[in-house]
Design a protein around this ligand. Structure first.
Ligand SMILES: Cc1cc2nc3c(=O)[nH]c(=O)nc-3n(C[C@H](O)[C@H](O)[C@H](O)COP(=O)(O)O)c2cc1C
Length: 371
């Protein structure tokens, strides 16, 4: 019996299996609004048989976008555009739909990766002054962000709350708060980006304060019978930066506030990072969070093989795996994993005839007839 294909409970939300499609920015929106690309992209991933699809980092304000083409959920047009896309996806697939709410902080005002990914200077098209805990640029030579004052912090709390209300109206099954990869909330956590001397900087408790406040406002604005969880970078991969001890402390504080799961990634706050990349390289961080915090824990990062994913879950290192690049490369990854692991997976009835002869029980409920 495959453990990867056992159902998973994330708070009140039941996933059919433990394969999650990681959030992936598409840098293809118009003024924050989803379009036909998102319909095709999310639509085809929704047919994959994964337990949950997490919609890409979705900005809570225009200035919180990484690039001017990021997806957003800050105005009525954004909400209407997503209602169309998610409505179509939901009508065609039983997959659970999560969404990652995000603010880029000092990594805002960038070009898309395929345009080089550099900062766009203020005054150029797609360029604006970024906001951050401290007026420290992400990389040397970049324009520094504006350090947030009390009114700026209050606006961001309100932006997250309003985006969560919009997400609730869209019927999303769960929300992930993006506190990883060097974006705004991670910037507050990391002593590399946070040099504040007020209640939001200095001690670990102070650095965790703003991310925890954001969790609270999102939790309060989203239906109580649906889960809210967080994605965290477990380490900055820089000496003196954010680390796994902080990650465990933050996860415990989140748990006490009703967080339903922790999605454990790493890195992103500093160009000085030295990442020890390899298959499943972030799994040990997930294992530590799971062992010490006890919340449902999602491992991510170079998980590419069905047997590897199965062993991460079966050995208890994590409760679920999330995949990004492997799902783009092979959008039927969960089908192939189920075939290899002797499990069953949901597939659209229109595709049932594709079930290979040697996997007679692969698709849930599949039965076909003809005259
Ligand atoms: C195209 C692309 C877009 C991504 N966008 C996001 C994002 O919106 N939010 C996020 O937290 N991580 C994002 N990531 C990181 C992935 O979610 C994932 O953590 C990372 O790619 C490692 O997993 P993998 O080895 O399975 O690709 C992105 C990765 C890719 C490849």
């Amino acid at each position: 019996m495959s453990r990867l294909f056992e159902p998973l409970q994330i708070g009140p939300l039941r996933l059919a299996n433990r394969i999650i499609i990681a959030p992936m920015c598409q840098y293809s929106a118009s003024e924050g609004s989803a379009n036909d690309w998102h319909l095709v992209h999310l639509g085809h991933l929704a047919l994959s048989g994964a337990g949950m699809l997490i919609v890409e980092a979705t900005a809570v304000s225009p200035e919180g976008r990484i690039t001017a083409a990021d997806l957003g959920l800050y105005d009525d047009a954004n909400e209407a555009a997503l209602a169309r896309v998610l409505g179509v996806v939901r009508a065609q697939s039983p997959i659970k739909l999560g969404m990652q709410l995000a603010h880029a902080g000092r990594k805002a005002s960038s070009r898309a990766p395929w345009e080089g990914g550099a900062q766009v200077p203020l005054g150029q098209p797609g360029g604006w002054r970024a906001l951050a805990p401290s007026a420290l640029p992400h990389a040397a030579g970049e324009e520094p962000p504006l350090a947030l004052d009390a009114a700026g912090l209050q606006k961001i709390r309100a932006d997250f709350a309003r985006a969560a209300e919009r997400a609730a109206r869209l019927g999303l099954d769960g929300l992930e708060i993006h506190a990883a990869h060097g974006y705004l909330l991670h910037q507050f956590l990391s002593p590399i980006a946070n040099r504040r001397s007020d209640a939001y900087g200095g001690s670990l408790e102070n650095r965790m304060r703003f991310p925890l406040e954001i969790f609270d406002v999102v939790r309060a604005a989203f239906p109580a019978d649906k889960p809210v969880w967080a994605r965290i970078s477990a380490t900055d991969w820089v000496p003196g930066g954010w680390d796994i001890e902080g990650t465990v402390a933050l996860s415990q504080a989140l748990k006490a506030r009703g967080c339903a799961a922790i999605h454990v990634s790493s890195g992103g706050v500093s160009p000085q990072q030295k990442i020890a990349v390899g298959p499943g390289y972030q799994v040990p961080f997930a294992a530590r969070v799971k062992a010490e915090v006890g919340l449902p824990t999602i491992a991510v990062g170079l998980i590419t093989e069905p047997e590897q994913a199965e062993s991460i879950v079966a050995s208890g290192q994590a409760d679920a795996v999330s995949l990004a690049r492997a799902m783009l490369y092979d959008p039927r990854w969960p089908w192939h994993a189920a075939a290899k692991l002797g499990a069953r997976v949901s597939a659209p009835h229109q595709y049932w005839r594709s079930q290979p002869r040697e996997y007679k029980d692969l698709f849930d409920n599949a039965s076909l007839g003809a005259r």
